[in-house]
Design a protein around this ligand. Structure first.
Ligand code: HEC
Length: 125
């Protein structure tokens, strides 16, 4: 059998290329932070798909409690809030404090860095 250096070089290049194409874990985590897993139990990020809570697709800039076809609590419906970085920060710190009577059964994310990751992700949905 003959040895072809070009073949070896090509194989090495293909292996390096394949490794470079693997998703970078840091990027994947930024796309969907681990802390969002708990939200995902109740919220879809697909438009129009209700799990237990309303879909969070396009949540940035949406008025609270206005997604067509979702049965919100009267408290959230009449809150007058619009979701942005500021309101989401207060909401995700303590939902029941911000909107007494909300039916979102979640106590909030106490860690600021984790909250910020989730908010950054939400605003891109
Ligand atoms: C156990 C279920 C549950 C979990 C966990 C949960 N939610 Fe909710 N969420 C709800 C429900 C139910 C509502 C509707 C509240 C209402 O009508 O008062 C809601 C409402 C919301 C809204 C307002 C939506 C709108 O259309 O106005 C946002 C934003 C939201 N949740 C974000 C989150 C995020 C982010 C997380 C994770 C950190 C989370 N939720 C965790 C059930 C949940």
């Amino acid at each position: 059998m003959h040895y072809f250096p070009q073949t070896a070089a090509l194989a090495a290049f293909l292996i390096l290329f394949a490794v470079a194409m693997l998703p970078d874990p840091a990027t994947a985590q930024q796309a969907r932070p681990a802390a969002f897993a708990v939200c995902a139990g109740c919220h879809s990020t697909q438009a129009g798909k209700t799990v237990f809570g309303p879909s969070l697709a396009g949540i940035g800039g949406r008025r609270a409690g206005t997604l067509e076809g979702y049965a919100y609590s009267p408290a959230l419906k009449s809150s007058g809030l619009t979701w942005n970085a500021k309101t989401l920060d207060r909401w995700l710190t303590a939902p029941k404090k911000m909107v007494p009577g909300t039916k979102m059964p979640f106590n909030g994310i106490q860690d600021r860095a984790t909250r910020n990751q989730v908010i950054a992700y939400l605003l891109k949905l």
